[in-house]
Design a protein around this ligand. Structure first.
Ligand code: ADP
Ligand code: MG
Length: 272
């Protein structure tokens, strides 16, 4: 997709000047920390009432290097979300190890908190992950304050910058609540929140799963912009055309890696 294909179809789209400013800020971010995430022999078993144990992941090995876009594809139930939850440590693996830059990731305390700042997740349903009673400002301000990302007086500016990065007009959305936005706009807010503190890796679990194809394309375009800034993106999807945006496609089947291949895009230097 090219810049020209990005559609300005609603009143909340920012001006060309705002986009240019956001892009300049994005380029300034490019010296982020380089990192490699590795899943080594990851097995995850769930206890299922009345049915013993279910093996959701069976000795999965994956290494994702910095700056790549990886699509994780597979049918429903193949283990995609389980991988996502183990990478973000919302779930603990039954056996195996998760390594960041060769080091086992921290399991608790400050170390785990720091890890979670580097690895952020975007969920399928932004309605479920955004609080209906809170403004868009609140959703982005809160993690900025909790993590002391910028001094207090700079929080408002940073909220606005992050909204611009995801192509939302800060003035138009900042005081609104999630239900006052479209599905695509809500997902952009979720992505803006995931960008707090400039994470090394963004893990998006079916981020376009609830969106129509045009809105999905807009969200993909934003993920591509993030990738061009140097963010590593892991995109979980069951749609092959969405997966083709990635440099690499990992296919899961019944909790195992079925294939792991580079796409034609892997030869492209710049994705956007
Ligand atoms: N918390 C859980 N308890 C029990 N079984 C689970 C749990 N989470 C996922 N599973 C099971 O693990 C398998 C993989 O699920 P999941 O990773 O969500 O698949 P996908 O995201 O590819 O649809 C499925 O069989 C699912 O039912
Ligand atoms: Mg899933």
């Amino acid at each position: 997709m090219s810049q020209a294909n990005y559609t300005h179809n609603h009143a909340l789209t920012p001006s060309a000047a705002a986009i240019a400013a956001a892009d300049a800020a994005a380029l300034a971010d490019m010296d982020r920390v380089v990192s490699t995430l590795e899943l080594r022999d990851i097995t995850k078993k769930y206890r299922v009432r009345g049915a013993g144990q279910l093996t959701a992941l069976n000795k999965v090995n994956v290494t994702v290097s910095s700056g790549k876009t990886v699509a994780l594809v597979g049918q429903s139930g193949s283990g995609k979300s389980t991988i996502a939850k183990i990478i973000t440590q919302l779930e603990r693996e039954t056996s195996g190890a998760v390594l960041l830059d060769g080091q086992p990731i921290p399991r608790r305390g400050k170390g785990l908190r720091a890890y979670r700042q580097r690895v952020r997740m975007v969920f399928q349903d932004p309605f479920a992950s955004l609080n209906p009673t809170q403004t868009i400002r609140h959703h982005i301000e809160r993690p900025l304050r909790l993590d002391h990302v910028v001094p207090s007086r700079e929080v408002e500016g940073e909220v606005r910058r992050l909204l611009s990065v995801v192509r939302l007009d800060p003035d138009a959305v900042i005081n609104r609540r999630p239900h006052e936005l479209s599905g695509g706009q809500r997902q952009r807010v979720a992505i803006a929140r995931a960008l707090v503190n400039n994470p090394s890796l963004i893990l998006a679990d079916e981020p376009t799963g609830n969106l129509d194809s045009k809105t999905s394309a807009e969200i993909m375009r934003i993920l591509e912009v993030l990738h061009s800034r140097g963010n590593t993106i892991i995109l979980v999807t069951h749609e092959d055309d969405i997966a083709q945006h990635a440099h690499r496609i990992i296919r899961l089947r019944d909790g195992k890696i079925h294939s792991d291949e580079a796409t034609l895009r892997s030869k492209e230097k710049a994705v956007v």
